[in-house]
Design a protein around this ligand. Sequence first.
Ligand code: SF4
Length: 174
Amino acid sequence: MGLDLKALAKKIEKCRLCRLWKSRKKAVPGEGPENAKIMFIGQAPGKQEDATGKPFVGKAGKFLNALLDEIGFDRQKCFITSVVKCFPPKNRPPRADEAMICIKNYLAKQIELVNPKLVVLLGKIAQRYVPDSLLSGRIVLKTAHPAAGMRFPKIRRKMKKDFSLLKKLIKEIS
Ligand code: SF4
């Protein structure tokens, strides 16, 4: 029998398939309902996420929450995760080999299990590494990473536009 999301999360918590296990305190598998229609995929856990084991709980997470509040969408209804599940040293971007290993072993399975209709790729790393084969048949929205939106007004304005589009797309799939 295949793994469910909880069993997969347990596996991730003990994973040592790439070097990033050495820099993590807690792996961050992601969270959300198994039947979520929307999945958000970010880059990697940050410091706060590493300390708590929860996705998007730091400043960038709060910014994401605010964007979702603005379009009246309840975060609890979506599945939120990232390309790699462990905190990279000094918060550097994940490397190609780390991203590939983690996606192949975990994100691919999460997408298969949740089977979201809509996938939001947050930032360049998710847009670069999540393969098209995992996204076919789904609506894909590419936007900036909330950490960038939080810092740069121009990116923030663009993200707000993207989230208005997201609101329309959510209506279409509901
Ligand atoms: S980042 Fe992914 S592949 Fe690497 S150790 Fe963590 S869970 Fe395993």
